[in-house]
Each structure stands twice: as C-alpha cells, then as structure tokens.
Design a protein around this ligand. Structure first.
Ligand code: FAD
Length: 316
C-alpha cells in the first residue's frame, strides 16, 4: 500500500516532526513517497531517503510559501491520486492538523490525530491516540479505504534505513481562488529558538520572583540552545510574553529535555509538558508536585543553582 507523507519545512530545513512522519510511514511497510510544499533545500529533501522515503516530490511553486492551508490540501489530494496512495501521514502540528482535516474531508478519508502507535491490522486498522492532553489514550479504527494519520511529536523513532532519495519536481495548477488572502510579510516573534519546535526548553515559574531575573534562565537556555517557556501566572503578570506560556491553556511542548525552574507542577501546567522525553525540576520545596512527574529533581534555590548549572554546562 503506497503511503504519502507531507513533510513540513522552516527556512528550507525539514522539521524533525516530519522526519518522524517519514520514519513512521516506513515502519508501516511503505513504499513511502514524501512531498514537500514551497521552499526546501534539495539536500534536506534527499536526506528524507535516510528515514525511508523511496521518492520525494517537491512542489516548489512560490505561492506555496504562504502557508495557505487550502492550497496545501489541493496539492496533497492530487498527489494522493497521482501516487495511487490510500494513506497520508503528516505531523500533528499547527499546520499538519488543519491540512489533515481538509484532505480527509475532500477525500472521504478516516482521520486520526495525535496518533502515537503504528496501526494494528489484525482486525481492522486500529491506531492508538493520545487524548485529554496526554492523560489518557484511546484506540480508534480507521475504517474507510483512504486514511489520514496525524502523528504526535516523538511518537516515532528516527532510524537511518537508507541513502539519499531521488527528488522529483511536482506541479499542480493552483486556482487563484485559493489565494484570496495574501500574506504580505511575516516575521518571527523572537529571534531565539521557537518553543513548539525546541528540543530543549528552559521554563520558569512564579518562583523566579520577577521578570528582572529572567536573564538567568535566558543564559541557561542560550548555553543549551534551548527555547524559554513559563507558567501561566508568569505570562498573566506580564513577566513573559503569552506565546511562552506552557500548559493546558498554552503551548504544548514535547522536547527531549524540559527544565522547570520554580514551577510548582499544577496539573494544568503538566498537561502541556507530559510528552517531554526527560523532565528536570528545580524547586526549593521538596514537596512540590512537579517532582512526581520528574525524571531528575534538584531541591534548592534556583538563584543559586541556575548560575552554577550554566557555568558547569559551559565548562563541559
Ligand atoms: P506557583 O504555584 O506559585 O509555584 C511557584 C513554585 O516556585 C513553588 O513550587 C515554589 O516552591 C517554587 N519556588 C519559589 N521560590 C523558589 C526558588 N527561589 N527556587 C526554586 N523554587 C522556588 N498554569 C500553567 O502553567 N499553564 C496552564 O496552561 C494553565 N492553565 C490553567 C487553566 C485553568 C482553567 C486554571 C484554573 C489554571 C491554569 N493554570 C495553568 C494555573 C495553574 O493551576 C497554576 O496556578 C500555575 O501553573 C502555577 O504557576 P507556578 O508554578 O509558576 O506558581
């Protein structure tokens, strides 16, 4: 059964979540065709072969640089037809999920988001998905012939299985009506590492006492090439911008390493971090609930620990 994988890129580089989507499709048994839309570096596209893509289509039409969901869906629906593929896999991201919904609606496909397992096919096509912000799982059967799977970050292992893939240009006629809104310009909210994409996050809570102390966390984050995050009260009080607020009502992160400094570990905060691979908690209260969710904990004063930790990492 041919599988199509939509890969996302930022500044020409393929996102790690998309590499995971390719690896997942390969683990499903492929053959895998990856498709990139808009600007992407050729070497990055060839690199998809390492994770199991036999073939890479590149729809490089400049209009596709605008992130217009309808246009992406248009191309993917056509590519599913051209590749004779019944399954589309993509990342469960802010771009991937709306694209998945549109493609599923257009093709009459069964759709599962937040998927964390390979399908069981013994009786039907059943995948496990994360629900209630990661506190539970459900098993859903995708019963239609066409299927769309939005894969949760970190749900697939990245293993190198092949060499460079052949990249083929791919062209689709895109009606002007798809581009009723034109993006004139866009810019990053910050020049630092973006929170939803970060491999490492250094996050601060009310225990940091005030915005004037954030330089310390930014120093640690810079040393680790990490993004900075915060708890909700911190952004509510205006110590940090709202886009850094992590949790049930904020950004959900899934980094390799989440360092929580002076955050108590309320359930609403944990809802945004429980897909992290490793959680390190620094809190002066040994009874802070966050320690129960931590892989490593340091009981102590953040104002003493953070500078020492930063220096130790720099020296390592
Ligand atoms: P606190 O609970 O005040 O904890 C501060 C911690 O810092 C304490 O554990 C303390 O021991 C420690 N500390 C103090 N001084 C130091 C020091 N010098 N060194 C080390 N540690 C120190 N919260 C979120 O974060 N994200 C959400 O998305 C979110 N959504 C919510 C939705 C709803 C509907 C509701 C009701 C609440 C939500 N909250 C959310 C709020 C949440 O319930 C908590 O109130 C909040 O997470 C607490 O933030 P905090 O840990 O920074 O502060």
């Amino acid at each position: 059964m041919p599988i199509l994988v939509f890969v996302e890129s930022a500044e020409g580089k393929i996102k790690k979540t998309s590499l995971e989507a390719v690896a997942y499709a390969h683990a499903m048994g492929g053959p895998v065709t990856a498709i990139a839309l808009g600007a992407a570096e050729k070497s990055e596209l060839e690199n998809l072969g390492k994770y199991g893509a036999q073939k890479v289509l590149h729809a490089s039409d400049e209009k596709l640089n605008q992130g217009i969901i309808q246009a992406y869906a248009e191309v993917l629906v056509k590519a599913l037809q051209d590749e004779n593929a019944d399954v589309l896999v993509l990342a469960n991201s802010s771009l991937g999920t709306p694209v998945a919904a549109r493609v599923a609606a257009r093709t009459g496909a069964s759709l599962a988001t937040n998927v964390v397992s390979l399908p069981e096919t013994a009786s039907g096509f059943v995948v496990k998905k994360s629900i209630y912000t990661g506190k539970a799982f459900s098993f859903v059967e995708l019963s239609n012939k066409k299927k769309v799977i939005a894969l949760k970050k970190n749900a697939a292992e990245l293993k190198e299985v092949g060499g460079a893939a052949q990249v083929t240009p791919y062209t689709v006629q895109l009606p002007d009506a798809l581009f009723a809104v034109k993006i004139l310009s866009s810019e990053k909210a910050t020049g630092e590492v973006l929170l939803p994409e970060a491999n490492i996050v250094v996050s601060g809570g009310r225990g940091m006492k005030g915005p004037e102390h954030w330089g310390m966390l930014e120093g640690l984050a810079k040393t680790l090439h990490a993004a900075t995050g915060c708890s909700k009260p911190v952004s509510d009080m205006g110590w940090r911008p709202h886009h850094e607020h992590v949790g049930q009502t904020g950004v959900k992160v899934a980094p390799q390493l989440y360092i929580a400094v002076g955050i108590s570990g309320a359930i609403q905060h944990l809802a945004g971090v429980n897909s992290s691979k490793c959680i390190v908690v620094i809190n002066k209260d040994a009874e802070a609930p966050f320690f129960k969710a931590a892989d490593y904990g340091i009981v102590g004063d953040a104002f003493e620990i953070i500078p020492k930790l930063t220096e130790a990492i720099k020296a390592a």
